[in-house]
Design a protein around this ligand. Sequence first.
Ligand code: 5AD
Ligand code: SF4
Length: 465
Amino acid sequence: MDSKLIEQEAADVPPAPKKVFVKTYGCQMNVYDSQRMTDALAAEGYVASQTAEDADLVLLNTCHIREKAAEKVYSELGRLRKLKEDRASAGGEMLIGVAGCVAQAEGGEIIRRAKAVDLVIGPQTYHRLPDAIRRVRGGEKVVETDYAIEDKFEHLPAAKPAIVRSRGVTAFLTVQEGCDKFCTFCVVPYTRGSETSRSVAQIVAEAEGLARAGVREVTLLGQNVNAWHGEGPAKAGKTEEWGLGRLLSRLAEIPGIERLRYTTSHPRDMDDELIAAHRDLDTLMPYLHLPVQAGSDRILKAMNRRHTADDYRRLIDRIRSARSDIAMSGDFIVGFPGETDEDFAETLKIVRDIGYAQAFSFKYSPRPGTPGADLDGQVPEPVKDCRLQELQALLASQQKAFAAGLVGGDMGVLLEKEGRYEGQLVGRSPWLQPVVIDDAAGEIGDIIKVRITHANANSLSARAA
Ligand code: 5AD
Ligand code: SF4
């Protein structure tokens, strides 16, 4: 082939698409945001990459909930700076952006401390990402952390069905953001702003799109998801205010949506309609993440949780009367300022009283700017360590007992992916446990009936029933 022809062919080859690598820290809401950022950039011709090494744009979608989160980001930025320098010396280019709650909290400080960063973008402004990237390419360093007046969801492109499907048969859908509760330990009201709910129409349209793309299970997300409220569709010229229970009933009508979940909830927002939804909707999975944080009324008050331990016990009784097989999940904090051994014993007591199928527990970590950080009586680290160990041992034993109680029984499992061995499929139980099935007769996306044969440390084994 002569050189002219080679040149001609090279000119015909379209330029390779740019690659974006998004690294996600923290919660499920950040997982959702990372996907939406990837979708926004896909509309600009970016394809997702699995590593920073071959990416043209690296975005860190960060979390600020507990200590050292910001430090982790800075150390990752140090590693990326080297990659960026190597790329530049090879004549290439790599852009680096910081998104999420650390971006919101630190703003321009990030660019002052980490010179390799080109862009800082907050959780409420990431719909402006394509424009921000253009400005960066024009030589600017961009900080976009103001609370946008416009609704970001109105400006974000819908994901392409093939991309949605490639992410699996389960999906997250953010319906609510922000928090007005001001628990004294928590940064969320400062990083994510006040409570906002997406409209019924937006949520239904997004859920329908997910279902059409092959998604079978949708988890509604919100920092305070059960504070969601919105105007239902007009009937005879009148509209009604809906709560999460009504929204779930509406979403349950969408063909293809077989399973619904929601997280994270606050005990004060568990209203009657939502509890009734657990009784009435087969689609709503019998699993509820409802953090109590602590068992002592004194500590609950200091945390500004605005309910007592007995309020929580009574609430769980009502939920269990509505849906007897519901499994509880929770979050706990040990070593909140002023927590005594007696207070901690109350936390162990409430855990014993309720019985959790799953739980997350943390040592209290003072967050700058929150009231808890300034309280007297900060608990020494070794005391927190001891309490956390004791609490986690109790929670682990409950989780194990819950899984063991399922052995020999039948359940529906949503098939999610292929297993490690030929013929094996892995799915999810109604209670979120991974279930490994050796002889599954079904396709990914099907819900099949299985019999549980064994409870493992972090999964269940089953055979087709
Ligand atoms: N220290 C420790 N744990 C915290 N959480 C939130 N803020 C803090 C903090 N300052 C925990 C709570 C919350 C979960 C998401 O993180 O248990 O429910
Ligand atoms: Fe972290 Fe909370 Fe922000 Fe989620 S909302 S990323 S958990 S600080």
